[in-house]
Ligand binder design. Structure first.
Ligand code: GDP
Length: 364
């Protein structure tokens, strides 16, 4: 699955948000209880009304949404890259996530701020600087070892050295690794470096309750920062999300949100922003037993999609019997789609589209 690490300075609302996300997700997916793997890791079901529509038509016994994993990564303080606080553990946790959800305090109020005042740009920069310093340390070390090997005419080391130098230059310039110009051929080497600042970032501006619908002056600054980086910023109020999470009744939730001028939960907005950021899409499998949603990255072939279910499915892939979601609904299910000639047999080269309903044929 895909996972997002929630980072930010202390007291910005990370835990409040993490708890709200996972509780809301648990309430919305009764068939797939939210499971806590570790206290700070939660799997969140991705709300998708299409899945319910498919399940209804197929009369499926079970509905299993696809999931994103969130990790609440505490412990970032100034100096973390030098081992301050829980520095090393913190950095290790970030290394293993696919994307970073960076929570930034955009609310005033009594809550203590580690740097004494509310300043979202300074705060975001503090966090990013720690990540860039850690990357620079790692890159500089690797430059030394690879430079030695490159002198001995090691081709691999030479190629790696080029990438390391490109990344080193932007880091020294105070910019994240993701701004380095990496060619297509260098992409694999770049990804193997597992740099903290190569990961996509979703900023979350945590505003006070009364600013949840409109944002405020602080969140505007953060949105501008995100825009100049080609990034994404979502405005939420963690306090509101926590209240929504505590409501069990769907109607009550909707009413509570609409009173505040909100159309959907922060969870939904974070998930759709996260999907966009990571370039993810959803496909479905459906039968009388279960209707299930799965997540893959854009550009995944039909065998890659089969592999999301089981590696054997990918290895023994023969073909994917495919119905587009709209056809499935318009034809009232699989039989209708078959009769209307809307079920296609797709081969190894087929690129998965969002909403595809697949039956995989494979050799075991
Ligand atoms: P963390 O250290 O980043 O995990 O922060 P917490 O989630 O523990 O929150 C720190 C404090 O800020 C708590 O007292 C929260 O109640 C408060 N807080 C979090 N989100 C909001 C918010 O949206 N509005 C206000 N007013 N307070 C908040």
């Amino acid at each position: 699955g895909f996972n997002c690490g929630i980072v930010g300075l202390p007291n910005v609302g990370k835990s409040t948000l993490f708890n709200a996300l996972t509780e809301t997700a648990a309430a919305e997916a009764a068939n797939y209880p939210f499971c806590t793997i570790e206290p700070n890791v939660g799997r969140v079901s991705v709300p998708d009304p299409r899945l319910d529509q498919i399940a209804k038509i197929a009369n499926s016994q079970k509905i299993i949404p696809t999931q994103l994993e969130f990790v609440d990564i505490a412990g970032l303080v100034r100096g973390a890259s030098k081992g301050e606080g829980m520095g090393n553990e913190f950095l290790g946790n970030i290394r293993s996530v696919d994307a970073i959800v960076h929570v930034v305090r955009c609310f005033d109020g009594e809550v203590t701020h580690v740097d004494g005042s509310v300043d979202p740009i300074r705060d975001a920069d503090t966090v990013e600087t720690e990540l860039m310093i850690a990357d620079l340390d790692s890159v500089e070390k690797q430059i030394v070892t690879n430079a030695k090997r490159a002198k001995g005419n090691d081709k691999e080391a030479k190629a790696k050295l080029e990438v390391l130098n490109a990344v080193c230059a932007v880091l020294q310039d105070g910019k994240p690794a993701r701004t380095a110009e990496i060619t297509k051929d260098q992409q694999d080497i770049y990804e193997q470096l597992q740099l903290l600042t190569s990961k996509p970032v979703l900023y979350v501006a945590n505003v006070e309750e009364e600013n949840a619908a409109t944002g405020n002056a602080y969140s505007k600054l953060l949105e501008e920062k995100a825009a100049t980086e080609g990034g994404v910023c979502v405005i939420i109020s963690a306090a509101i999300e926590a209240e929504v999470a505590s409501l069990s009744d769907e109607e009550e939730k909707t009413e509570f949100l609409s009173d505040l001028g909100l159309e959907e939960t922060g969870l939904k907005r974070i998930i759709s922003a996260g999907y966009g950021l990571l370039g993810l899409l959803t496909f479905f499998t459906v039968g009388p037993k279960e209707a299930r949603a799965w997540t893959v990255v854009e550009g995944s072939t039909a065998p890659n999609a089969a592999g999301a279910i089981h590696t054997d499915f990918e290895r023994g892939f023969i073909r994917a019997e495919t119905i587009a979601f709209d056809d499935y609904i318009a034809c009232n299910g699989e039989q209708g789609a078959k009769d209307a000639g809307k079920m296609r047999a797709e081969g190894k080269e087929y690129i998965t589209k969002d909403g595809d309903i697949f039956h995989f044929r494979f050799n075991v």
